[in-house]
Design a protein around this ligand. Structure first.
Ligand code: 5GP
Length: 190
């Protein structure tokens, strides 16, 4: 998506260690006009899939997920990052490893909001190692819901997540795919 790529080039900041900061329009301040265009693009890509629920993960996926859900006219469910040791039995749960934060945590979704009969589109801001997306896919499978696919704003294609998830037969659509990036020369797209 040209608009998103141009914005990354203009306002993204490449940090050492393969981290892209997009706080000015996506991860802290949110550009809603840009989000609307991203939502429209996800809706175009998945329009014939019968999507009736959007699933994302707190916190930074929620904004894009909500705007995308407006296009589909469906609710958004966000997986919560569980902070307690005891997980009650009325939730679906899976494990996510964050390489950017160096942490492992459980994510949970209430069984009331994800179940058989749902046709789910997963939305997230970044795809890097694929752990967050993998955890969300696990929740969908465990719940008996059907997975339409995933819509990602920015895929760091030089990291293995995209290939790992696609090799499982999951449809992944990314609006901007970064081939390489470096603090000195910036971002190169696929
Ligand atoms: P993964 O589980 O695919 O390694 O990473 C996905 C999550 O890590 C995303 O939801 C995002 O919050 C975070 N993340 C991974 N790489 C980056 C990055 O380069 N920049 C930012 N801002 N977040 C990232």
């Amino acid at each position: 998506m040209k608009l998103l790529e141009e914005r990354i080039v203009r306002d993204g900041i490449v940090r050492e260690g393969g981290v892209l900061k997009v706080d000015s329009f996506l991860n802290h301040q949110m550009d809603i006009a840009l989000f609307r265009e991203m939502g429209r693009e996800f809706a175009r890509l998945y329009k014939d899939c019968g999507v009736n629920k959007i699933l994302t993960i707190e916190a930074s996926g929620i904004g894009i997920a909500c705007i995308t859900a407006q296009e589909f006219g469906c609710p958004v469910v966000f997986a919560k990052k569980n902070k307690t040791k005891n997980i009650a039995g009325d939730v679906w749960t899976s494990r996510v490893e964050s390489f950017t934060h160096g942490k492992v945590y459980d994510i949970i979704v209430s069984k009331d909001y994800l179940k058989k009969g749902d046709k789910v589109l997963i939305i997230d801001d970044f795809l890097a190692m694929g752990s967050a997306l993998n955890g969300l896919i696990q929740l969908v499978h465990d719940s008996g819901a059907e997975l339409a696919g995933a819509g990602i704003a920015i895929e760091k294609a030089f990291q293995p997540g995209g290939e790992m998830i696609r090799s499982k037969g999951v449809r992944v659509e990314s609006l901007a795919r970064i081939e390489s990036m470096d603090p000195a020369y910036g971002v190169k797209f696929c």
